[in-house]
Design a protein around this ligand. Structure first.
Ligand code: GLN
Length: 448
């Protein structure tokens, strides 16, 4: 723990952390030593980890990378935080992220951008960019992230690590600051699929405080790695993921090489189709902002969060507190979402988007009649230069063309390193059927 804290202090140019918690980390490390002395050590006992700053931590600032919550100290721990602590992991601090998890480059943070350790002139992806950079730079062996439209998988791809978005409902969202509640899911980020399995084991499980959490036994993910394997595994390649516009040729090349490796290891590769793929991004950018505009209404300057100076009246308090507390991208989402939900437009946008969401889910259900997992690129490009897309929201949104449909369908998916393109990491995405994390991790482990 001590050497981890020291390494983090020496890596300030990455800006991967918002808050370090050396005192609580040393106390947790001492508790881990005591557990080990009692012969009670598990695979995570004493292992330093970091939490994305979207997870509430009792007594430690939880900012969601927003000025709005710069001074917010939660009175309770998120489920994921208490689960990992109970498993013996030592939390060393809170990682940087896009503000309220809105972004794909970690440039919308109130605390400044995170830099990709492979090339500090490039972004680490987002929104879990701090967790990705911290793991990629080997500052911590594992970290938590959240994925609403790709925020675990895309930064994992851009920084050459592994990241898993579990099935919606597999991990409790209790204490995780809400962005788009029907899409948000917490998951692990680490260097290998085996480490993802160990972390997921601790994070998964039923929690009555999240009404969408599913009460279903948690398999032994690590034990399942062995018999996962690749022989006979039916892997589907969606035509739409390999013929999409705007995909770097070096990404396609690296992913095709990864598919060849799966084939050589005994997987059966089949062509499939997910016909509504191109509708995922437009549908997401109605549903996610709609839910965000509702969730973010709680930040009103009254109960918690930023409050403006000397408000003239209640309306002035709301306007200025929110105007000062939220950044540009967050305001854009609130405006889009409020518009989509407004009386005259609800049917045309929100309701229509929900109908298309069902079609996207049905595409996957049909595909999983034929294949066990679906493979393709995680992101259309490798890490891009800082600032390259920050003035063009649509270009930024297209970073998630291959990840967003998975959230709309509530499926589990992971990204594992698949070599390099132009010297920068490329991610292979594997998508599984609902609650099929064990098979997904087994396939990724077999590949690695
Ligand atoms: N990049 C997407 C967005 O900005 C997804 C973010 C996420 O998964 N939290 O909404």
């Amino acid at each position: 723990t001590r050497s981890t804290l020291k390494a983090i202090e020496q890596a300030t140019e990455l800006n991967a952390f918002i808050t370090l918690t050396p005192e609580t980390a040393m106390a947790e490390a001492a508790a881990a030593d005591a557990a080990r002395a009692r012969g009670e050590a598990g695979p995570l006992t004493g292992v330093p980890i970091a939490h994305k700053d979207i997870f509430c931590t009792e007594g430690t600032r939880t900012s969601c990378a927003s000025r709005m919550l710069d001074g917010f100290v939660p009175p309770y721990d998120a489920f994921v935080v208490s689960q990992l602590r109970a498993a013996g992991a030592v939390s060393v601090g809170k990682t940087n992220m896009d503000e309220f998890a809105m972004g794909s480059s970690n440039e919308t943070s109130w605390y400044g951008p995170v830099r990709n350790p492979w090339d500090i002139g490039t972004v680490p992806g987002g929104s879990s960019g701090g967790s990705a950079a911290a793991v990629a730079a080997r500052l911590v062996p594992g970290a938590t992230g959240t994925d609403t439209g790709g925020s675990i998988r895309q930064p994992a791809a851009l920084t050459g690590i592994s990241g898993l978005k579990p099935t919606y409902g597999r991990v409790s969202r209790y204490g995780m600051i809400a962005f788009a509640s029907s899409l948000d899911q917490a998951g692990p980020m680490a260097t290998t699929a085996e480490d993802l399995a160990i972390l997921l084991q601790a994070m998964a499980g039923f929690d009555r405080r999240d009404s969408t959490c599913v009460d279903r036994p948690v398999p032994d993910y690590r034990a399942a790695l062995g018999d996962g394997g690749l022989r006979g595994l039916r892997v589907g390649l969606p035509r739409e993921y390999f013929e999409a516009d705007g995909v770097d040729s070096e990404v396609t090349r690296a992913v095709e090489a990864a598919v060849d490796a799966l084939r050589e290891a005994g997987a059966e590769i089949r062509g499939i189709s997910l016909p509504n793929t191109s509708l995922a991004v437009p549908v997401y950018y109605v549903i996610a902002p709609a839910e965000a505009s509702s969730n973010l209404s709680r930040f009103d300057g009254v109960r918690y969060g930023h409050r403006c100076d000397d408000p003239a009246d209640l309306e002035d308090l709301y306007k200025r507190s929110r105007g000062e507390g939220f950044g540009e991208e967050v305001k854009r989402r609130i405006m889009v979402g409020t518009y989509a939900l407004s009386a005259g437009y609800y049917d045309a946008y929100y309701l229509k988007a929900q109908q298309v969401r069902r079609m996207i889910r049905d595409d996957f259900a049909r595909a999983f009649d034929e294949v066990d997992v679906i493979a393709g690129p995680t992101a259309p490009s490798t890490a891009f230069a800082l600032g390259a897309k920050s003035d063009d929201p649509v270009q930024m949104y297209l970073s998630d063309i291959f990840t967003i449909a998975v959230n709309l369908a509530g499926l589990p998916a992971l990204s594992v390193p698949a070599g390099f393109g132009g010297g920068r990491p490329v991610g292979l995405q594997l998508i599984g059927n609902h609650f099929d994390e064990a098979r997904l991790l087994g396939a990724a482990h077999g590949y690695q």
